[in-house]
Design a protein around this ligand. Structure first.
Ligand SMILES: [Zn+2]
Length: 352
C-alpha cells in the first residue's frame, strides 16, 4: 500500500460490512491495494431482535440509515485517501459491498442472522442517491472472500474449491469450474446454517444446532467460558484477567499457542467441529482444496492441526481418495473487502 496521493484511476472500492466492524479498501485497476479504512458496525444493527424480514417500521428504517451512513463514511474516508471523490456518472470508480447473510442475485440482503436491521432493506436503493451514477454491486461476504482468494490469494488458479470464513458466524463460498456457485436465487454457500445437531444450542437464524454454533469464533468463546467455569482453562483465564465473562477466543488461541494443555483441548474440540462440517461439505462437493479464513484462521496451527486430523478421520472413504488440502486464506481479514472491490471491477468493465 502506498501513501502517495493522488493516484491515477480507475479505482475500485470494496466494503465488507461484518457483524462487528466494517472494513473498506480501494484497489487500482491492477488490483493493488492503495487505501484501507475501518469503522465499527453500528450497534443498532443487532437491536431488531429478529432476523426475519417483514414489514419495516420506522425503527428499522432508521437503523438501516445508520448502516448506510457507516458505509458512506468509509467510502468518504477512502476517496479522500486517494484524492479522487466519486462523481455522478463517474466510470473511474465502482463500489462493491459484501454483506453477511443471504444476498439474492439482485444484490438484496434477504435474511441475515448477524445483521438483522439490514435484512429485507434494499441497500442499493438507499445508497444510489448518495453514489450518483457510480456502479454498485452487492454480494454475500464469503462469496467476496472466495473471489479474492481465487483471484490473488490461497486459491489462485483453482477451478474447484471451497472457502469458509470462521468469524462471528460461518460463511461459505463454492467455486465450481472457476465460477462462484450461485444456486437458484443466489443463496448457495450458506454453510454456517447447516444443522449438525438438531438438539444443539439456538442459532440467531431461529433454528437449533447450526454448524456455526459449534465451529465459529462465537462458538469458541462460548465453549471457552464453559471450560473456564469448570476450572479447565486456567492459562487462558489468566490472560483474560481472571474473569470468566471476559474470556474470548483470542485468549484461548494465545494460551494454546503457548502450549497450555487446557487451551489445546478446547482448540482440538473446536477443530473436530470445524472438520465435521468440512467433511459433510466434501461429501457433497468433493473440492480438492478448502481455504479457511475469517478471524479464527489467525489461530494458525493450533486450529489447523486438529482440524486436519479430524477431517481425515471423518471424511467418507479417506483411505481411497485424495484428501482435500485445508489451507489458511492468504488475504486475512481483508479478503471480503478486496473481493467486493474485484467484483465491482468486473461489473464496471461490463457496464462500459
Ligand atoms: Zn443458524
Amino acid at each position: 500500500m502506498s501513501n502517495d496521493a493522488p493516484h491515477a484511476g480507475p479505482f475500485f472500492c470494496g466494503v465488507d460490512l461484518g457483524g462487528t466492524k466494517a472494513l473498506g479498501v480501494v484497489l487500482d485497476a491492477d488490483g493493488s491495494l492503495v487505501a484501507e479504512a475501518r469503522a465499527p458496525t453500528p450497534e443498532s444493527a443487532f437491536s431488531l431482535g429478529s432476523a426475519t424480514p417483514g414489514p419495516h417500521g420506522q425503527a428499522q428504517t432508521e437503523r438501516a440509515e445508520e448502516i448506510v451512513e457507516c458505509i458512506m463514511g468509509l467510502v468518504s474516508t477512502l476517496t479522500q485517501a486517494i484524492g479522487t471523490p466519486p462523481s455522478p456518472g463517474d466510470d473511474g470508480f465502482a463500489l462493491g459491498l459484501g454483506l453477511p447473510g443471504m444476498v439474492d442475485d439482485q444484490g438484496r440482503l434477504r435474511f441475515s442472522p448477524h445483521l438483522p436491521s439490514a435484512a429485507g432493506i434494499d441497500l442499493a436503493v438507499m445508497l444510489a442517491p448518495r453514489l450518483g451514477g457510480v456502479v454498485l454491486v452487492i454480494d454475500n461476504d464469503a462469496n467476496c472472500a472466495l473471489v479474492a482468494e481465487s483471484t490473488t490469494g490461497a486459491l489462485k488458479g483453482a477451478q474447484e474449491a471451497l472457502m469458509v470464513t470462521l468469524g462471528t458466524g460461518i460463511g461459505g463460498g463454492i467455486l465450481v469450474r472457476g465460477r462462484v456457485l450461485r444456486g437458484a436465487e443466489g443463496f448457495a454457500g450458506e454453510v454456517g446454517h447447516m444443522v449438525v445437531d438438531p438438539s444443539g444450542p439456538w442459532c440467531p437464524c431461529g433454528r437449533r444446532g447450526c454448524w456455526e454454533r459449534f465451529a465459529s469464533g462465537d462458538a469458541l468463546g462460548r465453549s471457552a467460558r464453559e471450560a473456564a467455569g469448570a476450572g479447565r482453562l486456567a492459562g487462558a483465564l489468566e490472560l483474560a484477567g481472571g474473569r470468566v465473562e471476559d474470556l474470548r477466543g483470542e485468549h484461548v488461541t494465545a494460551a494454546a499457542a503457548a502450549g497450555d494443555p487446557g487451551a489445546l483441548a478446547v482448540m482440538a474440540e473446536l477443530g473436530w467441529w470445524v472438520a465435521l462440517g468440512l467433511a459433510n461439505l466434501t461429501a457433497v462437493l468433493d473440492p480438492p482444496v478448502i481455504a479457511i479464513g475469517g478471524g479464527l484462521a489467525a489461530a494458525g496451527d493450533c486450529l489447523f492441526e486438529p482440524t486436519r486430523k479430524a477431517f481425515r478421520e471423518l471424511l467418507e472413504g479417506s483411505a481411497v481418495r485424495r484428501v482435500a488440502s485445508l489451507v489458511p486464506a492468504a488475504l486475512g481479514e481483508r479478503a471480503g473487502a478486496v473481493g467486493a472491490a474485484l467484483i465491482a471491477r468486473g461489473a464496471s468493465a461490463k457496464a462500459t
